[in-house]
Design a protein around this ligand. Sequence first.
Ligand code: AMP
Ligand code: ZN
Length: 301
Amino acid sequence: MSGKDFRTRLVEEGILIPGGVDGLWGRSGVFERIFDGLDRAITDAGAFARPEVMRFPPAMSQAVFEKSGYMKNFPHFAGTIHCFCGGDAAHHQLLGKMQRGEEWREQQQPSDLVLTPAACYAVYPVLARRGPIATGGHLVDVQSFCFRHEPSPEPTRFQFFRMREFVSIGTHDEVMAFRQDWIERGSAFATSLGLPFEVDVANDPFFGRAGKLMADSQRSQNLKFELLVPVNDDAGPTACISFNYHTTYFGDIWEMRTPDGAPAHTACCAFGMERLVLALLKHHGFDIDSWPSAVRNILHL
Ligand code: AMP
Ligand code: ZN
């Protein structure tokens, strides 16, 4: 391959299509072919456990978002949806402002929608409404486009990206066994795809001064692990899959209970789909047909 950096090559080959704002990317047919293959391969990897499948739009209700506590921990990532709700006069005013290059968005009204920051957030209120979690726990396979306001020139940091997750809800022992199992399955998955990686303890980028304490506490309790793959040039490896244990955080918020009436524990294994596609392109090259046949087979390519 040429000496050009990875991002430049992705753009020149048309695999990533710049959207005019850092982290806002369109994607080519090649990218989506790999994406679809990965999606199927993840389905294959999780089929043994017969998860309940749920798919959600890229937004969630404001009520669910508020109750999830996202603004306490990650206000800097959140995106809210605002819409025009005025009449003819307000419309006229808006167009005038736009034409003069003035700020017109102050006329937009908040809708009841917030962009989804993590796929699993949509699952908990659905399960809570059903009553106690079944004995043995429950497993969900969820996917959603997610939004995080973290503009960056790095090709692995999208503002809109797709997150596929297996989510376990049950007792402490059930969800911890799930997470350990998926750390191993996720590692075997990356190995089978021919990706170099390491698994390490990690923390979420909590906001502000209090966030530092949250991050330290998350680390010291081993609540989050990440599978990291070298993808960007001259930079540390990129988190492509995360394995999270939330204790009873969501069980308490949503009053999800195990059969004995105790708050449910939850854990999730989250695949960053775009990052995995980029990792495959980085390590196997831009010509899918020349990828190792074992990798192509797993991805149904
Ligand atoms: P997290 O909830 O931060 O653990 O995110 C789950 C997974 O989504 C991560 O392991 C990444 O693979 C992926 N991810 C997180 N943020 C981004 C981003 N800005 N762009 C692309 N993928 C991301
Ligand atoms: Zn999750």
